[in-house]
Write a protein that binds this ligand. Structure first.
Ligand code: CAA
Length: 498
């Protein structure tokens, strides 16, 4: 019987970034009335674990990033889109309330390739940061059932993590896309689609109302919901696999988490270890010493306190360094990319291990996916013997250097960052419409009766686009000849395909 899983993986990260350890920290430290910038730097670097955040340019959005990641995936692996059955997009920062972003992505690829691929199915899956994982599970099941009708399925996770300026979430922004090629007998990671542990809680921890470009988040509570939902999904996974804590833990080489910020992995590891360790001979004494023999009986705040103590224990530090630390490196330099962040952690594990000359063949990995609102999935995979054909070195982390050091990135100034944050698009057209779109009613300055709507156009890029997909313009016609108000037009800027 054939195996299924991820054959190859590629990522696109915007080239612009904000250095959180520079001017941003100086300005925010003053605004927060701190007596020294070192306090904020300590919190950002140690407490949150991040140093840089990727920022999309004015011509970029979640759809262009997804198209860039898929283009990279198919060119690097010499994939003919005629062999691809589906392109599934997982995103929580969609560009349209109706149309699937995957159709926009396909259109961009067709524009670049100069061919049409009408046979490709293009769904979009939305559930905060876990949408791509739901898409992965469905696509793997179709592959396993041999019902795709083609060799490959592609799943792409793409998002722009955006919170209000000066909010606690500001330092946990980021942007990027990760595309995965799914196939039979995969080179990178084998996965079992029949054994995904799942949990869903109907929660208000984090959401983005239709009228808002920034997420609304109850920060500390969102961490509690993450931990509790993840624990429930782990329980469901262990029931479905009939694994005991002892057998699961003994075969696990690495744990990969959804990473809103790198430090979250420490909280999550403490929750997983405190769940499993009291039932494992080697760790029972430590769990008892720390008061964690029966963690499920503790109230939320007590348990969190004891788990913080656990993170300081030498045994925790040792297990954490081996099983988790290498997967956090990229997130530190990119920030939160929402739906792609778990898969970026996977790329980080491989990239960092290659840098250290560590062989990952046949290693067992536990994936822990989480989306606010809230749902978690836990599933396991085995790294393939041929994974180095797909990711041979550490070119990805090298590409995160600045251009002057042979990387791809350019830092933005504080002014550019705030300008980009205010809107990757600006309103240059205001039209009086015959029908009401309801947008005006959100702005008390504009009475609903005047029926005005802003059509937002991309501003001039900070860095001139080169060999990339761009958002060219947004339609603003509502005439007898054409209705395209709000429709997004993308194009390929660069060399045509060979
Ligand atoms: N040196 C070292 N550590 C320091 C420090 C210093 N100088 N100053 C503070 N710290 C530590 C704090 O002690 C704290 O660590 P502990 O939890 O161990 O106590 C840590 O830095 C963070 O400090 P605060 O608790 O004061 O941080 P905050 O109030 O600014 O909020 C946050 C942090 C809640 C993560 C906020 O950034 C936020 O709301 N982010 C967005 C929401 C989010 O990412 N939630 C995660 C779960 S939801 C999810 O995963 C989905 C998703 O993708 C969003």
């Amino acid at each position: 019987m054939f195996k299924v899983g991820i054959d190859s993986i590629s990522s696109y990260i915007p080239k612009l970034y904000l250095d959180l350890t520079g001017k941003w920290a100086e300005v925010r430290a003053v605004e927060q009335g701190l007596d020294s910038v070192e306090k904020l730097l300590g919190k950002i670097k140690k407490g949150i674990g991040v140093e840089k955040m990727a920022i999309p340019d004015f011509h970029e959005d979640s759809a262009t990033m997804a198209a860039m990641a898929v283009k990279k995936l198919i060119t690097e692996n010499d994939i003919d889109l005629n062999d691809v059955a589906t392109i599934t997009v997982g995103t929580e920062t969609t560009v349209d309330q109706s149309k699937s972003m995957a159709a926009y992505v396909l259109g961009m690829l067709e524009d670049w390739a100069g061919k049409r691929y009408t046979h490709i199915g293009c769904p979009q899956v939305q559930f905060a940061c876990i949408g791509a994982t739901y898409g992965l599970e469905a696509s793997l099941n179709a592959l396993k059932a041999d019902s795709l009708g083609k060799k490959y399925a592609i799943v792409v996770a793409t998002d722009i993590a955006k919170y209000s300026l000066r909010s606690p979430g500001e330092c946990t922004q980021g942007a990027g896309a990760v595309a995965m090629l799914l196939s039979k007998n995969p080179r990178l990671i084998e996965l079992d689609p029949a054994l995904f542990g799942t949990a869903t809680f109907n929660e208000r921890d984090f959401y983005r109302p239709n009228y808002s470009k920034s997420a609304v988040v109850d920060g500390k509570y969102s961490i509690d919901v993450y931990l509790e939902c993840m624990e429930e999904a782990l329980k469901n996974y262990m029931e479905r696999t009939s694994e005991s804590a002892e057998s699961l833990y003994s075969k696990l080489d690495h744990l990969l988490f959804h990473l809103p910020f790198p430090r979250m992995a420490e909280y999550a590891a403490a929750r997983i270890f405190s769940t499993l360790w009291p039932k494992i001979e080697r760790f029972k004494a430590v769990a008892k010493e720390l008061g964690l023999s029966n963690p499920a009986n503790l109230v939320r705040s007590d348990r969190k306190g004891l788990e913080r103590d656990l993170t300081k224990h030498p045994l925790f530090r040792e297990e954490f360094s081996q099983k988790i630390l290498p997967s956090l490196v990229l997130s530190r330099d990119i920030g939160n990319i929402y739906s792609g962040s778990l898969y970026l952690a996977c790329m980080s594990l491989i990239d960092s291990s290659n840098r250290e000359n560590v062989d990952l063949s046949n290693r067992e990995v536990l994936f822990i996916s989480y989306g606010s609102g809230a749902s978690a999935k836990v599933f396991s995979g085995k790294i393939g013997k041929l994974y180095k054909e797909v990711m041979p070195g550490y070119a990805f982390s090298d590409s995160l250097r600045v251009r002057e050091e042979d990387g791809l990135r350019t830092p933005v100034s504080m002014e550019q960052y705030e300008l980009l944050h205010r809107g990757s698009e600006i309103s240059v057209v205001e039209q009086k419409l015959e029908n009401s779109f309801g947008v005006a009613s959100l702005n008390p300055q504009i009475p609903l009766s005047s029926k005005f709507i802003s059509v937002l156009q991309p501003k001039e890029s900070i860095q001139k686009p080169e060999n990339e997909f761009v958002l060219e313009r947004v339609g603003c016609s509502e005439s007898k000849e054409i209705v395209d108000i709000g429709y997004r037009y993308y194009k390929w800027v660069g060399e045509p395909v060979d």
